[in-house]
Design a binder for this molecule. Structure first.
Ligand code: FES
Length: 103
């Protein structure tokens, strides 16, 4: 597995992008929980972020695609609204050891 970063490197309700053996991925921290997804919108397969490390909406409540504004639930990756409603982000398996995130 590949080490990404420490869980402390990501602020609450924030996100961070990485290149990994799985390709482009991103990590979100919400309610002190970590979620990892492939950086690929199910609509057109493009990267999601607005700018480097910005994958969430303004409230930090949902993942938002910067291209057409699809909104995804952070916990499940399900698309709640937008052109790919009903589809979902691809979750990346990970483990946390000594506060370090590995994929
Ligand atoms: S490419 Fe993401 S919503 Fe269209």
């Amino acid at each position: 597995m590949t080490e990404l970063c420490s869980i402390h490197d990501i602020q609450e309700s924030n996100s961070k992008g990485f290149d990994s053996p799985h390709g482009a991925i991103f990590v979100v921290k919400k309610d002190d929980q970590i979620f990892v997804y492939k950086n690929e919108c199910p609509h057109l397969g493009v990267n999601l972020e607005f700018q480097e490390d910005v994958f969430l909406d303004q409230d930090g409540a949902l993942i938002e695609c910067s291209t057409h504004g699809a909104l995804f639930e952070i916990e499940s990756g399900n698309c709640l609204a937008g052109p790919c409603q009903g589809e979902h982000l691809t979750a990346i398996p990970f483990k946390i050891e000594n506060d370090l995130i590995h994929v």
